[in-house]
Design a protein around this ligand. Structure first.
Ligand SMILES: *Cc1c(COP(=O)(O)O)cnc(C)c1O
Length: 390
Protein backbone atom coordinates (compact mmCIF):
# COMPACT_ATOMS: atom_id res chain seq x y z
CA UNK A 1 0.00 0.00 0.00
CA UNK A 2 1.06 3.58 -0.62
CA UNK A 3 1.84 5.78 2.37
CA UNK A 4 -1.32 7.89 2.14
CA UNK A 5 -3.47 4.72 2.23
CA UNK A 6 -1.49 3.34 5.15
CA UNK A 7 -1.88 6.63 7.01
CA UNK A 8 -5.67 6.13 6.87
CA UNK A 9 -6.02 2.36 7.26
CA UNK A 10 -3.60 1.19 9.97
CA UNK A 11 -5.39 -1.64 11.82
CA UNK A 12 -6.06 -1.37 15.55
CA UNK A 13 -3.87 -3.55 17.75
CA UNK A 14 -7.06 -5.11 19.25
CA UNK A 15 -10.62 -5.11 17.99
CA UNK A 16 -12.57 -2.41 19.84
CA UNK A 17 -15.37 -3.66 22.12
CA UNK A 18 -17.99 -1.59 20.21
CA UNK A 19 -16.38 -1.75 16.75
CA UNK A 20 -15.66 1.96 16.87
CA UNK A 21 -14.34 3.12 13.50
CA UNK A 22 -12.06 5.77 15.04
CA UNK A 23 -9.55 4.67 17.67
CA UNK A 24 -11.30 5.50 20.97
CA UNK A 25 -9.60 7.82 23.46
CA UNK A 26 -8.68 5.57 26.36
CA UNK A 27 -8.71 8.15 29.12
CA UNK A 28 -7.47 5.98 31.94
CA UNK A 29 -4.42 6.07 34.16
CA UNK A 30 -4.31 2.35 34.92
CA UNK A 31 -5.52 -1.06 33.66
CA UNK A 32 -6.99 -3.94 35.64
CA UNK A 33 -5.63 -7.51 35.60
CA UNK A 34 -7.42 -10.84 36.16
CA UNK A 35 -4.62 -12.30 38.27
CA UNK A 36 -1.17 -11.68 39.76
CA UNK A 37 0.65 -13.69 37.06
CA UNK A 38 -0.73 -11.55 34.21
CA UNK A 39 0.10 -8.47 36.24
CA UNK A 40 3.71 -9.56 36.77
CA UNK A 41 4.06 -10.42 33.06
CA UNK A 42 2.79 -7.00 31.97
CA UNK A 43 4.98 -5.05 34.39
CA UNK A 44 8.10 -6.97 33.37
CA UNK A 45 7.46 -6.59 29.63
CA UNK A 46 6.75 -10.28 28.96
CA UNK A 47 3.36 -9.28 27.44
CA UNK A 48 2.20 -6.08 25.74
CA UNK A 49 -0.86 -5.63 27.98
CA UNK A 50 -0.95 -2.00 29.17
CA UNK A 51 -0.39 -1.43 32.88
CA UNK A 52 -0.05 2.33 33.45
CA UNK A 53 -0.54 5.28 31.06
CA UNK A 54 2.78 6.96 31.90
CA UNK A 55 4.41 4.35 29.65
CA UNK A 56 1.67 2.78 27.53
CA UNK A 57 -1.85 3.62 26.40
CA UNK A 58 -3.87 2.02 23.57
CA UNK A 59 -4.69 5.36 21.90
CA UNK A 60 -1.06 6.48 21.98
CA UNK A 61 0.12 3.03 20.82
CA UNK A 62 -2.20 3.27 17.83
CA UNK A 63 -0.68 6.64 16.88
CA UNK A 64 2.83 5.21 17.34
CA UNK A 65 1.91 2.20 15.15
CA UNK A 66 0.72 4.49 12.34
CA UNK A 67 4.05 6.33 12.40
CA UNK A 68 5.91 3.02 12.57
CA UNK A 69 4.11 1.74 9.47
CA UNK A 70 4.79 4.97 7.57
CA UNK A 71 8.50 5.19 8.44
CA UNK A 72 9.53 1.54 8.66
CA UNK A 73 10.95 2.30 12.10
CA UNK A 74 12.02 -0.29 14.62
CA UNK A 75 10.38 1.62 17.47
CA UNK A 76 8.29 4.80 17.71
CA UNK A 77 7.74 6.64 20.99
CA UNK A 78 5.26 9.51 21.32
CA UNK A 79 6.05 12.20 23.86
CA UNK A 80 4.39 15.26 25.34
CA UNK A 81 6.23 17.78 23.10
CA UNK A 82 8.94 18.10 20.49
CA UNK A 83 11.28 19.29 23.26
CA UNK A 84 10.40 16.20 25.33
CA UNK A 85 11.32 14.01 22.33
CA UNK A 86 14.64 15.85 21.92
CA UNK A 87 15.57 16.04 25.62
CA UNK A 88 14.63 12.42 26.39
CA UNK A 89 16.60 11.23 23.34
CA UNK A 90 19.73 13.17 24.29
CA UNK A 91 19.43 12.14 27.94
CA UNK A 92 19.25 8.50 26.82
CA UNK A 93 22.37 8.87 24.63
CA UNK A 94 24.59 11.27 26.60
CA UNK A 95 26.36 10.96 29.95
CA UNK A 96 28.75 13.05 32.03
CA UNK A 97 32.04 13.52 30.19
CA UNK A 98 30.47 12.96 26.75
CA UNK A 99 29.95 15.60 24.07
CA UNK A 100 27.38 16.28 21.36
CA UNK A 101 28.55 17.44 17.92
CA UNK A 102 26.01 19.88 16.53
CA UNK A 103 25.57 23.33 14.98
CA UNK A 104 24.93 26.93 16.02
CA UNK A 105 22.01 26.80 13.63
CA UNK A 106 18.95 25.32 15.28
CA UNK A 107 15.69 25.92 17.09
CA UNK A 108 16.22 28.19 20.12
CA UNK A 109 15.20 25.78 22.87
CA UNK A 110 17.23 22.93 21.41
CA UNK A 111 20.23 25.25 21.31
CA UNK A 112 19.63 26.22 24.95
CA UNK A 113 19.25 22.53 25.92
CA UNK A 114 22.47 21.44 24.20
CA UNK A 115 24.64 24.44 25.03
CA UNK A 116 23.19 25.23 28.48
CA UNK A 117 21.06 22.68 30.33
CA UNK A 118 23.06 19.59 29.38
CA UNK A 119 26.32 21.40 30.17
CA UNK A 120 25.22 21.57 33.83
CA UNK A 121 25.25 17.76 33.80
CA UNK A 122 28.75 17.60 32.33
CA UNK A 123 27.78 17.07 28.67
CA UNK A 124 29.76 19.37 26.35
CA UNK A 125 28.52 20.93 23.10
CA UNK A 126 30.88 20.85 20.11
CA UNK A 127 29.12 23.31 17.83
CA UNK A 128 30.50 23.52 14.31
CA UNK A 129 29.59 23.98 10.65
CA UNK A 130 27.75 20.76 9.76
CA UNK A 131 27.94 21.62 6.06
CA UNK A 132 31.75 21.24 6.27
CA UNK A 133 32.43 17.53 6.74
CA UNK A 134 36.14 18.04 7.61
CA UNK A 135 35.20 20.48 10.36
CA UNK A 136 32.65 17.98 11.68
CA UNK A 137 35.30 15.26 11.74
CA UNK A 138 37.71 17.55 13.65
CA UNK A 139 35.01 18.09 16.28
CA UNK A 140 34.47 14.39 16.92
CA UNK A 141 36.62 12.78 19.61
CA UNK A 142 36.56 9.61 21.71
CA UNK A 143 33.87 11.10 23.98
CA UNK A 144 31.44 12.15 21.25
CA UNK A 145 28.09 10.41 21.78
CA UNK A 146 26.19 11.60 18.66
CA UNK A 147 25.89 14.06 15.79
CA UNK A 148 22.68 16.08 16.18
CA UNK A 149 21.13 18.32 13.52
CA UNK A 150 17.96 19.79 12.03
CA UNK A 151 17.30 18.79 8.41
CA UNK A 152 16.37 22.38 7.52
CA UNK A 153 17.51 24.65 10.34
CA UNK A 154 14.89 26.86 11.94
CA UNK A 155 15.06 29.74 11.02
CA UNK A 156 18.37 29.98 9.09
CA UNK A 157 17.29 27.27 6.61
CA UNK A 158 20.64 25.58 6.30
CA UNK A 159 20.72 22.04 4.86
CA UNK A 160 23.56 19.63 5.62
CA UNK A 161 24.37 16.50 3.60
CA UNK A 162 22.83 13.65 5.62
CA UNK A 163 24.50 10.81 3.71
CA UNK A 164 27.98 12.31 4.23
CA UNK A 165 27.29 12.89 7.94
CA UNK A 166 25.91 9.37 8.24
CA UNK A 167 29.04 7.82 6.69
CA UNK A 168 31.18 9.78 9.14
CA UNK A 169 28.96 8.84 12.09
CA UNK A 170 29.08 5.14 11.13
CA UNK A 171 32.88 5.28 10.82
CA UNK A 172 33.07 6.79 14.32
CA UNK A 173 30.46 4.37 15.67
CA UNK A 174 28.09 7.12 16.89
CA UNK A 175 24.44 7.72 15.94
CA UNK A 176 23.21 10.46 13.61
CA UNK A 177 20.16 12.10 15.20
CA UNK A 178 18.01 14.38 13.02
CA UNK A 179 15.16 16.73 13.90
CA UNK A 180 12.93 16.23 10.84
CA UNK A 181 10.11 18.56 11.88
CA UNK A 182 10.52 20.70 8.74
CA UNK A 183 9.58 18.02 6.15
CA UNK A 184 6.99 15.35 7.04
CA UNK A 185 8.36 11.81 7.23
CA UNK A 186 5.73 10.80 4.66
CA UNK A 187 7.69 12.83 2.07
CA UNK A 188 11.19 11.38 2.39
CA UNK A 189 12.94 8.42 3.98
CA UNK A 190 15.37 9.51 6.68
CA UNK A 191 16.47 5.91 7.18
CA UNK A 192 17.66 5.66 3.57
CA UNK A 193 19.77 8.79 4.11
CA UNK A 194 21.47 7.10 7.07
CA UNK A 195 19.65 8.78 9.96
CA UNK A 196 19.66 6.52 13.04
CA UNK A 197 17.11 8.38 15.16
CA UNK A 198 14.53 10.96 14.04
CA UNK A 199 12.97 13.44 16.44
CA UNK A 200 9.86 15.38 15.40
CA UNK A 201 7.74 18.14 16.90
CA UNK A 202 4.33 16.66 16.01
CA UNK A 203 2.88 19.97 17.24
CA UNK A 204 3.67 21.28 13.77
CA UNK A 205 2.40 19.52 10.61
CA UNK A 206 0.99 16.45 12.32
CA UNK A 207 -1.29 17.98 14.92
CA UNK A 208 -3.70 19.00 12.17
CA UNK A 209 -3.77 22.76 12.55
CA UNK A 210 -2.01 23.54 15.83
CA UNK A 211 -4.48 21.56 17.95
CA UNK A 212 -1.99 20.44 20.61
CA UNK A 213 1.63 19.92 21.62
CA UNK A 214 3.39 16.61 20.97
CA UNK A 215 6.60 14.95 19.86
CA UNK A 216 7.93 11.74 18.33
CA UNK A 217 11.10 9.70 18.59
CA UNK A 218 11.50 7.44 15.56
CA UNK A 219 14.18 4.83 16.16
CA UNK A 220 15.56 2.78 13.27
CA UNK A 221 17.09 0.18 15.55
CA UNK A 222 20.68 0.89 14.50
CA UNK A 223 21.77 2.27 17.88
CA UNK A 224 22.15 -0.61 20.32
CA UNK A 225 19.62 -0.64 23.16
CA UNK A 226 18.39 2.93 22.46
CA UNK A 227 14.69 2.06 21.90
CA UNK A 228 14.72 -0.25 24.88
CA UNK A 229 16.25 2.42 27.09
CA UNK A 230 13.67 4.98 25.92
CA UNK A 231 10.82 2.66 26.92
CA UNK A 232 12.20 1.03 30.03
CA UNK A 233 14.10 4.01 31.48
CA UNK A 234 13.24 7.41 29.99
CA UNK A 235 9.44 7.04 29.87
CA UNK A 236 9.34 5.54 33.36
CA UNK A 237 11.76 7.95 35.04
CA UNK A 238 11.08 11.23 33.23
CA UNK A 239 7.35 10.75 32.66
CA UNK A 240 6.91 12.69 29.42
CA UNK A 241 4.70 10.22 27.50
CA UNK A 242 2.04 11.60 25.19
CA UNK A 243 -1.50 11.81 26.59
CA UNK A 244 -4.31 9.84 24.88
CA UNK A 245 -6.30 12.91 23.88
CA UNK A 246 -3.30 14.43 22.11
CA UNK A 247 -2.58 11.08 20.41
CA UNK A 248 -6.18 11.04 19.14
CA UNK A 249 -5.82 14.53 17.64
CA UNK A 250 -2.42 13.77 16.12
CA UNK A 251 -3.81 10.53 14.64
CA UNK A 252 -6.55 12.49 12.89
CA UNK A 253 -3.91 15.05 11.87
CA UNK A 254 -1.72 12.32 10.41
CA UNK A 255 -4.62 11.09 8.26
CA UNK A 256 -4.90 14.50 6.55
CA UNK A 257 -1.18 15.33 6.71
CA UNK A 258 -0.38 14.56 3.09
CA UNK A 259 -3.34 16.57 1.75
CA UNK A 260 -2.60 19.59 3.96
CA UNK A 261 1.14 19.47 3.39
CA UNK A 262 0.80 19.37 -0.39
CA UNK A 263 -1.29 22.55 -0.36
CA UNK A 264 0.89 24.33 2.22
CA UNK A 265 4.19 23.51 0.49
CA UNK A 266 2.65 24.57 -2.85
CA UNK A 267 1.41 27.83 -1.31
CA UNK A 268 4.85 28.47 0.22
CA UNK A 269 6.59 28.08 -3.16
CA UNK A 270 4.01 30.24 -4.93
CA UNK A 271 4.25 32.95 -2.27
CA UNK A 272 8.07 32.85 -2.13
CA UNK A 273 8.20 33.36 -5.91
CA UNK A 274 5.78 36.31 -5.75
CA UNK A 275 7.63 37.91 -2.81
CA UNK A 276 10.82 38.08 -4.88
CA UNK A 277 9.17 40.76 -6.99
CA UNK A 278 8.63 43.18 -4.08
CA UNK A 279 11.31 45.91 -3.82
CA UNK A 280 10.91 46.35 -0.01
CA UNK A 281 12.04 42.73 0.51
CA UNK A 282 15.84 42.48 0.39
CA UNK A 283 15.90 38.67 0.24
CA UNK A 284 13.47 35.73 0.18
CA UNK A 285 14.92 32.60 1.78
CA UNK A 286 13.14 29.38 0.78
CA UNK A 287 14.96 26.22 -0.26
CA UNK A 288 12.25 25.50 -2.85
CA UNK A 289 13.52 28.44 -4.94
CA UNK A 290 15.99 27.21 -7.59
CA UNK A 291 18.50 29.97 -6.80
CA UNK A 292 18.70 28.95 -3.12
CA UNK A 293 22.19 27.59 -2.31
CA UNK A 294 20.69 24.46 -0.68
CA UNK A 295 18.08 23.80 -3.38
CA UNK A 296 19.85 20.97 -5.23
CA UNK A 297 20.86 19.15 -2.03
CA UNK A 298 17.37 19.57 -0.57
CA UNK A 299 15.75 18.13 -3.72
CA UNK A 300 18.15 15.17 -3.57
CA UNK A 301 17.35 14.49 0.09
CA UNK A 302 13.71 15.51 0.51
CA UNK A 303 12.22 15.37 -2.98
CA UNK A 304 10.29 18.09 -4.75
CA UNK A 305 8.71 19.87 -1.77
CA UNK A 306 10.51 22.25 0.56
CA UNK A 307 8.15 22.76 3.47
CA UNK A 308 6.01 25.75 4.37
CA UNK A 309 8.49 27.99 6.22
CA UNK A 310 9.69 31.05 4.30
CA UNK A 311 11.82 33.86 5.68
CA UNK A 312 12.16 37.37 4.29
CA UNK A 313 14.73 40.08 5.00
CA UNK A 314 13.58 43.68 5.40
CA UNK A 315 15.75 46.82 5.74
CA UNK A 316 16.04 46.80 9.56
CA UNK A 317 14.33 45.83 12.81
CA UNK A 318 11.98 48.84 12.69
CA UNK A 319 10.79 47.84 9.22
CA UNK A 320 10.15 44.29 10.54
CA UNK A 321 8.09 45.53 13.50
CA UNK A 322 6.12 47.96 11.29
CA UNK A 323 5.41 45.12 8.86
CA UNK A 324 4.26 42.72 11.59
CA UNK A 325 2.05 45.37 13.19
CA UNK A 326 0.30 46.14 9.90
CA UNK A 327 -0.59 42.55 8.97
CA UNK A 328 -4.37 42.01 8.81
CA UNK A 329 -4.79 38.39 7.71
CA UNK A 330 -1.49 36.72 8.61
CA UNK A 331 -1.46 36.14 12.38
CA UNK A 332 1.20 37.41 14.78
CA UNK A 333 2.13 34.12 16.47
CA UNK A 334 4.89 31.62 16.95
CA UNK A 335 4.43 27.99 15.79
CA UNK A 336 4.84 26.50 12.35
CA UNK A 337 2.50 24.78 9.90
CA UNK A 338 -0.78 25.86 11.43
CA UNK A 339 -3.63 25.96 8.91
CA UNK A 340 -3.45 29.74 9.35
CA UNK A 341 -0.46 31.69 8.06
CA UNK A 342 1.73 33.09 10.84
CA UNK A 343 4.45 35.73 11.10
CA UNK A 344 7.10 36.28 13.77
CA UNK A 345 10.33 38.27 14.26
CA UNK A 346 12.60 35.48 15.62
CA UNK A 347 15.41 37.74 16.94
CA UNK A 348 13.12 39.55 19.43
CA UNK A 349 10.96 36.55 20.42
CA UNK A 350 12.21 32.93 20.17
CA UNK A 351 15.82 34.20 20.41
CA UNK A 352 14.97 37.34 22.44
CA UNK A 353 16.62 36.13 25.65
CA UNK A 354 19.96 35.26 24.07
CA UNK A 355 22.81 37.84 24.12
CA UNK A 356 23.75 39.80 20.99
CA UNK A 357 26.92 37.67 20.73
CA UNK A 358 24.94 34.43 20.92
CA UNK A 359 22.48 35.67 18.28
CA UNK A 360 25.41 36.62 16.04
CA UNK A 361 26.94 33.14 16.47
CA UNK A 362 23.59 31.60 15.53
CA UNK A 363 23.12 33.92 12.51
CA UNK A 364 19.86 35.24 13.93
CA UNK A 365 19.38 38.57 12.21
CA UNK A 366 17.35 41.62 13.30
CA UNK A 367 16.16 41.92 9.71
CA UNK A 368 14.47 38.50 9.43
CA UNK A 369 10.74 37.78 9.46
CA UNK A 370 9.71 34.11 9.59
CA UNK A 371 6.51 33.17 7.81
CA UNK A 372 4.64 29.91 8.21
CA UNK A 373 2.45 29.54 5.16
CA UNK A 374 -1.02 28.11 5.78
CA UNK A 375 -3.93 26.81 3.73
CA UNK A 376 -5.38 30.18 2.65
CA UNK A 377 -5.57 31.32 -0.96
CA UNK A 378 -2.15 32.72 -1.93
CA UNK A 379 -3.75 35.80 -3.54
CA UNK A 380 -5.03 36.89 -0.12
CA UNK A 381 -1.69 36.22 1.59
CA UNK A 382 0.19 38.19 -1.06
CA UNK A 383 -2.27 41.10 -0.79
CA UNK A 384 -1.85 41.19 2.99
CA UNK A 385 1.96 41.25 2.70
CA UNK A 386 1.84 43.97 0.04
CA UNK A 387 -0.40 46.24 2.14
CA UNK A 388 1.73 45.63 5.26
CA UNK A 389 4.91 46.67 3.38
CA UNK A 390 3.40 49.96 2.18
C1 LIG B 1 8.84 23.66 17.36
C2 LIG B 1 10.09 22.94 17.17
C3 LIG B 1 10.63 22.16 18.20
C4 LIG B 1 10.00 22.05 19.56
O1 LIG B 1 8.78 21.40 19.51
P1 LIG B 1 7.62 21.60 20.63
O2 LIG B 1 6.56 20.64 20.19
O3 LIG B 1 7.23 23.05 20.57
O4 LIG B 1 8.23 21.25 21.95
C5 LIG B 1 11.79 21.45 17.94
N1 LIG B 1 12.40 21.53 16.74
C6 LIG B 1 11.92 22.28 15.73
C7 LIG B 1 12.63 22.30 14.43
C8 LIG B 1 10.75 23.02 15.91
O5 LIG B 1 10.27 23.77 14.91
Amino acid sequence: MKKQTQAIHTPFQERDAYNALSMPVYHTAAYEFDNADDMADAFCGRTTAPDYSRITNPTVTYFENKVKTLTGAHEVIALSSGMAAISNTLLAIAATGKNIVSSHHMFGNTYALISGTLRRFGVAAHLCDLTDIDEVERNIDGDTCCIYLEIITNPQMEVADLSKLSRLARAKNIPLIADTTMIPFTKFTAKALGVDIEVVSSTKYLSGGATSIGGLVIDYGTCTDFGKRMKSEMLLNFGAYMTPHVAYMHTIGLETLDARYRIQAGNALDLAQRLQSLPQICRVNYIGLPDNPYHALAVRQFGDTAGAMVTIELADKEACFRFINKLKLIRRATNLFDNKSLAIHPASTIFGNFTDDERRAMDILDTTIRLSVGLEDVDDLFDDIKQALK
